[in-house]
Design a protein around this ligand. Structure first.
Ligand code: PHE
Length: 453
């Protein structure tokens, strides 16, 4: 086979790669998780540390993941097998691929549960459009959903099925179609919501909450959460971007530029989400500190009730959020699926996707139950869902990212690096390499060690 194509298919154009990678990056991480993480971790201080992590740690690793993928052309585990052979490096690096697969399955398990919440809300607004009851007490509506294992499991299953359907169809047919129109629409809708934020008169306070750091709020924990969030939101540390890089044509695409475009878009969406949500939170008298995972579900419905055409906006918002989650969940499932396909043959893509998704769905039931029947179960002071999220997002992703940085910085043959980054000016290349070799690993290590000790 031509060494410049992948058996899984290829992106049909450069734009498709950027859209798909951005589709992976932009998701619940930006619109659900970023606002409540900011809310729970002291506002501006958290945002500042998060932005630092994105640009000094995330971006260099993003470039590394994409280039490793484009050189390897296969699923992460087999890519590491190939690259360690070519570079004469230790076979132990293959472990990065395994960490990625496990993290992907764990993340998908709760991701699908939360994405199910957004489907449920889309449904609630659709019903309202046809005369269903309005959401007058969003807190009670949200608690009502969490209290029902049946409802949660149903939406979790629906969302997982949507994810499998796309991944089973493969890269060109499945993934591309989903991202072409829907991502830009979400962006526009967020702008509308930010526009509404201005009408509440609390935009200035919201901006102050987001951008004026309260230094006393920063501790080791804030660093850990901000770093975990940076990895999560950029889909880094679990070989997702590597897998997408494997389907990227060799010619005509600058990896550093693509990486920058992805990081900037992702960051703008998160900040826009913040600017859309906090004016509402403040103007309706919700305490901005400590919103928790329900934040967007308990605040935005208040705005939708109050604004003109709010029901329609509500419907659009939750549907598009589900789509954004969908383009991300696809990318959570793809690395493991590609690995099984390489193992058992291309004819088995459907079964591979179904098998991994089934496993993730089952694990997701733990998260479902931790919201109601098992809410009393505590592991390291967290409920089960928060615990899984903590292990996967805050520990495994940074650890995977750390190892990827070290691998690309120290172990990978420099000829490969230069070949893949041939358009990067020498000074930038050197800077990137030192960020990867020393700065990013040191920062991740300090944060992880402080968190564990
Ligand atoms: N980046 C996605 C989001 O912000 C989540 C994700 C993490 C996707 C890791 C793939 C890999 O919602």
């Amino acid at each position: 086979m031509d060494k410049n194509t992948s058996i899984h298919g290829m992106w049909s154009s450069r734009l498709m790669f950027i859209l798909a990678a951005t589709g992976s990056a932009v998701g619940l991480g930006n619109i659900w998780r970023f606002p409540y993480m900011t809310s729970d971790n002291g506002g501006g201080a958290f945002v500042l540390v998060y932005l630092g992590c994105i640009f000094f740690v995330g971006l260099p690793i993003l470039v590394a993941e994409i280039l490793i993928g484009r050189h390897g052309r296969v699923s992460p585990i087999n890519t590491f097998r190939k690259l360690t052979r070519e570079s004469g490096a230790s076979r132990h690096w293959v472990a990065i691929g395994w960490i990625g697969i496990v993290a992907g399955i764990l993340i998908l398990s709760f991701y699908s549960v939360v994405a199910g919440w957004t489907l449920h809300y889309g449904w609630l607004y659709l019903k309202q459009l046809f005369g269903g009851a309005p959401i007058t007490d969003p807190g009670a509506t949200f608690q009502g959903l969490l209290a029902s294992p049946v409802e949660l499991t149903f939406w979790h299953a629906m969302f997982m099925l949507l994810t499998v359907a796309v991944v089973a169809l493969g890269v060109e047919k499945g993934l591309e179609r989903a991202v072409r129109f829907l991502m830009p629409s979400l962006f526009v809708l967020l702008l509308v919501l930010v526009g509404y934020g201005f009408t509440t008169g609390r935009m200035a306070d919201a901006a102050a909450f987001l951008f004026r750091p309260d230094w006393s709020a920063i501790d080791g924990n804030v660093f850990l959460r901000a770093m975990g969030q940076a990895f999560f939101t950029l889909s880094l540390g679990m070989c997702t971007m590597m897998t997408y890089g494997a389907y990227l044509p060799r010619e005509g695409v600058s990896i550093p530029r693509a990486g920058l475009a992805i990081a900037l878009t992702d960051t703008s969406v998160a900040l826009l989400a913040g600017l859309a949500i906090f004016p509402v939170v403040l103007s309706f008298g919700i305490d901005p500190a400590g919103g928790g995972p329900g934040l967007i579900f308990t605040s935005l419905p208040l705005a939708f009730e109050a604004m003109p055409f709010g029901i329609l906006y509500g419907l659009l918002f939750f549907v598009l959020l589900a789509v954004a989650a969908w383009t991300s969940s696809i990318s959570l499932l793809e690395p493991a699926t590609a690995f099984l396909v390489e193992r058992f043959g291309i004819a088995n893509r459907k079964r591979a996707a179904l098998g991994i998704a089934g496993l993730s769905w089952l694990l997701g039931l733990l998260s479902v139950l931790s919201l109601n029947l098992w809410s009393g179960v505590r592991i390291l002071d967290r409920d089960i869902m928060t615990f899984i999220e903590f292990i996967a997002n805050d520990l495994m992703l940074p650890l995977g990212g750390l190892l990827i940085a070290l691998f690309a910085g120290w172990a990978l043959n420099s000829t490969i690096l230069r070949e893949q980054l041939s358009d990067m000016p020498p000074a930038l290349f050197t800077t990137w390499r030192w960020l990867l070799r020393v700065v990013a690993p040191a920062l991740v290590l300090i944060v992880l060690v402080r968190a564990v000790l």
